[in-house]
Design a protein around this ligand. Structure first.
Ligand SMILES: Nc1ncnc2c1ncn2[C@@H]1O[C@H](COP(=O)(O)OP(=O)(O)OP(=O)(O)O)[C@@H](O)[C@H]1O
Ligand SMILES: [Mg+2]
Length: 287
C-alpha cells in the first residue's frame, strides 16, 4: 500500500491561515458503519462539556445524527424546523433573523442542522448547478462567529454532499474501523481531499485518523493499529474508541454516551478524543 507521496505531503501540510469564527470539521469515510455519526455526536457533546459552543450538521440523508439527537423534523416541537436540503436549495448564506428556522438547540447541549430523506434528492439537483461544491461553505459565512466548532456528518460516499462538506471545512477527521482494509479507504479519501484542496479549498487538512470499535481482545486489531501507525505517523490519533456496548445503546436512547453512561469506557474515550481534537486544532494539523 503506497500512502506516501506528493499528494499526501500537500494534504498534510500544516495550516497557515488564521481561522475566523468556528473551526469547521468534516467527519468522513466513504465506508459505511465505521462510526462517523457516533463520532460527530459524542465528540460534539464532549466539546460542549468542555465549554465550547458546538453546531452539528447532519449531512447524510439517512439522518442518523438527527435521530441520535432525538430530533424529528416536522413533528412537535420541530414542526417549523427547516432541514439541510432546504439550505442547499436556498443557496444563500443564512439570514441572521432566519437562523432559528434552520438551527435547533437540542437536549444534549449541541445545536443541530437536521436532515431528512429529502436530502437524497439534493445531489441530483446539485449536478445541474454551477458552484455546486461550495453552497454549504457560503451558508456558514453568517453563522460561523456564533460557534467554536461546527462538525459535519457525511454519508458513506464521496458524493457531492460530502464534497460540499469538505469544501466548507478546515479539517477532516477520518474514523476507521481497526481492520486491514481500512488503509485502502484512507487512500481514496485522501485523493478526494487533495482534489478539494487543489480546486476549491486550499485550507483543508487532515486533522487525524481516529480508530473506532477497537477491541483489546483481538490480536488482529492491535496489528492493524501498528500498521496504521507505520503508515500515518502522527496523523493517527493517540485516542482510540473502544468497542463499547454503552455507545451502541446510547443511540437508542437519543442520548450521547456521555449522558447515557458517563462512567462508561465509551464516554471516557470520547472525552480523550475531544481533548486531542482541541490540541490538534491548536497546534495545526501537521504538528
Ligand atoms: N465504539 C463503538 N462501540 C460499539 N458500537 C459502536 C461504536 N461505534 C459505533 N457503533 C455502532 O455501530 C453502528 C455504526 O455506527 P455509525 O452509525 O456511527 O457509523 P457510520 O459510519 O456513521 O455509518 P454510515 O456510513 O451508515 O453513516 C451503530 O449502530 C453504532 O451504534
Ligand atoms: Mg452515519
Amino acid at each position: 500500500m503506497v500512502l506516501r507521496g506528493k499528494a499526501e505531503k500537500k494534504v498534510f501540510q500544516s495550516k497557515q491561515s488564521t481561522p475566523r469564527g468556528a473551526t469547521i470539521i468534516t467527519v468522513a469515510n466513504q465506508k459505511g458503519g465505521v462510526g462517523k455519526t457516533t463520532t460527530v455526536m459524542n465528540l460534539g457533546v464532549a466539546l460542549v462539556k468542555k465549554g465550547k459552543r458546538v453546531l452539528l450538521v447532519d449531512g447524510d440523508p439517512q439522518s442518523n445524527l438527527t435521530s441520535y439527537l432525538g430530533v424529528t423534523p416536522g413533528e412537535p416541537p420541530f414542526e417549523s424546523l427547516q432541514t439541510l436540503d432546504e439550505v442547499y436549495l436556498s443557496k444563500r448564506p443564512i439570514d441572521a433573523r432566519a437562523r432559528h428556522l434552520y438551527i435547533t438547540p437540542t437536549q444534549s447541549g449541541v445545536d443541530l442542522i437536521a436532515s431528512d430523506k429529502a436530502l437524497s434528492g439534493v445531489e441530483y439537483y446539485l449536478f445541474t448547478h454551477s458552484d455546486r461544491e461550495v453552497i454549504l461553505s457560503r451558508f456558514f459565512e453568517t453563522i460561523r462567529d456564533d460557534y467554536d466548532f461546527i462538525i459535519l456528518d457525511t454519508p458513506p460516499s464521496l458524493n457531492l454532499l460530502t464534497m460540499n462538506s469538505l469544501c466548507a471545512s478546515q479539517y477532516v477527521l477520518i474514523p476507521v474501523q481497526t481492520e486491514f482494509f481500512s488503509l485502502e479507504g484512507i487512500v481514496k479519501i485522501r485523493e478526494a481531499i487533495e482534489d478539494v484542496r487543489s480546486r476549491w479549498n486550499s485550507d483543508i487538512a487532515i486533522l487525524g485518523v481516529l480508530p473506532t470499535q477497537f477491541s483489546n481482545r483481538r490480536k488482529l486489531t492491535q496489528e492493524v493499529i501498528e500498521a496504521l501507525k507505520r503508515e500515518l505517523g502522527s496523523q493517527l490519533f493517540d485516542a482510540v474508541i473502544h468497542d463499547n456496548a454503552a455507545i451502541a445503546e446510547s443511540s437508542g436512547h437519543a442520548q450521547s454516551v456521555l449522558e447515557y453512561d458517563r462512567s462508561s469506557r465509551g464516554a471516557q474515550d470520547y472525552v480523550l478524543a475531544a481533548e486531542e481534537v482541541l490540541n490538534r486544532c491548536e497546534r495545526g494539523a501537521n504538528a
